[in-house]
Every structure is written in structure tokens, then in C-alpha cells.
Design a protein around this ligand. Sequence first.
Ligand SMILES: NC(=O)c1ccc[n+]([C@@H]2O[C@H](COP(=O)([O-])OP(=O)(O)OC[C@H]3O[C@@H](n4cnc5c(N)ncnc54)[C@H](OP(=O)(O)O)[C@@H]3O)[C@@H](O)[C@H]2O)c1
Length: 292
Amino acid sequence: MRRILVTGQGGQLATGLAESLPAAGFEALLVGQPDFEFDNPETVRAAFASLKPDAVVNCAAWTAVDAAEDDEAGAFRANALGPALLGALSAEAGIPLIQISTDYVYDGLKGAPYREDDLPNPRSTYGRTKLAGEWAALAANPQTVVMRTAWVFSPVGKNFVKTMLALGASRPELKVVADQWGHPTAAPDLADAIAGVLARVRETGWREDYRGVFHAVAAGGTNWHAFAEAIFAASGGPVPKVLPITTPEYPTKATRPVDGRLETAKLAGVFGVVLPSWQDGLARVMATLKAG
Ligand SMILES: NC(=O)c1ccc[n+]([C@@H]2O[C@H](COP(=O)([O-])OP(=O)(O)OC[C@H]3O[C@@H](n4cnc5c(N)ncnc54)[C@H](OP(=O)(O)O)[C@@H]3O)[C@@H](O)[C@H]2O)c1
């Protein structure tokens, strides 16, 4: 197993995989829009036929959570029909599919970290369409690993870290939600974890217990306000005052889980993969941002 098809080229996670996969001895075959477009399934079939991968990591998704509320059909095509097609093509080729998913499949009301066998109950269009994508991939290809991640940030693309740094450079005071909990996860760390999963599959061959859902987030949980303060502390730049606010004080179109913390013991037990702490992930991404 060597050639890994990575969808969503240019996105946060695919960019991480462009480094992590070669470092683990894989060849990363990155595909992205407009050449690879779920809304045009022929492009997906063509990528498969020409690249002949040994495994697929699907990072492509409609990730604009609030905008999805206004175009459920569009989000469904990308987040559910896309994985369904990749599931069918990878099953036909007899190769594994890693489908990336989200903590937004949960309602966040459990009051404790979720386990993979807890019932999902998405409260947003994004969460519903991503859950449909998990089911479609798992139903189509018995060799499917679903990795649910959260609060992804990276040196590239749009994310909370970059937004905070931009706002902090121009405002003396910011208000940030302090009552939503989760795991800020550095895309380079998640990419390393995915490479670790693939390396285990390469080593052992496919095993029945690889099939299913796994939580893949940074160790340790926090809230957006505390995360913002950590970002400014690590930035070496201007440090604005960060005022804690509640979710109702920052209304958004899509409802987010209040407490999306996830247990990760299953990923460690089955694949031997553990992600670093979110603080270490922040330091890693910040170092790249400062170097760039
Ligand atoms: N970002 C987060 O906080 C977060 C949290 C939990 C889970 N996840 C999941 O993690 C995975 C990776 O996320 P990310 O942060 O790397 O996302 P990202 O930076 O937004 O990248 C998504 C990629 O998907 C591509 N894409 C969007 N619609 C497409 C379509 N219809 N056909 C083909 N490609 C399409 C985008 O292309 P364009 O750039 O050309 O639009 C982009 O390259 C996704 O499955 C996401 O749902 C993300």
C-alpha cells in the first residue's frame, strides 16, 4: 500500500497530509477543485481511474457550517453523496477509505466526553450531512475508517487561530464564547494521526476491527475563550483583552454542540494512534505561521 488519494487539495487537512504521508513512506496523490468536484461525479471517477490509488483519504467537504443552513442540497452533495461515491469506487477497487467527519454529529448535551457508540443527534445541516456521509461510506465499503475530528486549525485556510490573530492585530478588545467546549485540533497533528492509521493498515493488512467510527482529536479539551487567550499568549504579537461571552450573546445561523468533547481511547487501542495536546498543536502551527 503506497499510493494514497487525498481529496480536498488546498484545504487545511489535505495540506497537512501532503507532508505527513511522504514522511510515513506513502505517496500523496492530491486532487482538488475544479479537476475533482463532487458535483461532477465524472471527475471523481476519472481521478480514480487515472491515479489507481491503494487507499483514499476524503478531506473534501462543505465546511462552511453557517452557509450550509442556506443550501442543504449543496452541503448534502458534498458531504453525503461525495463519500457515497468514494465508498462505491473504493469498494469496487477493494481498497480502504478514510472518511473524515466531525463532532457536530453530536448534540453536545451529554455532559461528558462522547464515546463512539453514543448516539449521534446533529443539530445543524452540516452535522446532518456529515453523518449521512459517514453512513454512506460505511455502507458502501467494508474497509471504511470514519475519523471524527473537531475545531481544526492550520497555517493555511480559514480557521479560528488565523481569525483571532487578524482581529487581535486591529482591536484592543474581543468578545469570545466561553461556554462551548471541544478539542482544538491542529491539522498537521491530525494528518500525522491519519498517516499512523494507514501505516498500521499497511503493516497488518485490513482487519475487521478497523471498520467503523473513531474519534481523532487533540488531547485535552477547552472552550473558545480559553483557546483565544492561549493563541494570543503564544503569538508574540499584540495581546487584546479577551472578554468571555455566552452562546446567546454570539448568535449564529447553525447551532453548535455546547460540549463536543470526545473520548479517544478507541483510536489508541485499535490503531495505536494518540494525538498530541491541543497546546502542543497550537505551538506547532504558531511556529509555522511565525516562520512563514
Ligand atoms: N475545519 C474544521 O474545523 C473541521 C472540524 C471537524 C471536522 N472537519 C472535517 O475535516 C475534513 C477536512 O476539513 P478542512 O478543515 O481541511 O476543510 P477545508 O480547509 O475547508 O477544505 C475542504 C476542501 O474540500 C473542497 N471541497 C469543498 N466542496 C467540494 C466539492 N463539492 N467537491 C470537491 N471538493 C470540495 C474544498 O475545495 P475549495 O477550497 O476549492 O472549495 C477544500 O479543498 C472535512 O471532512 C471536514 O468536514 C473539519
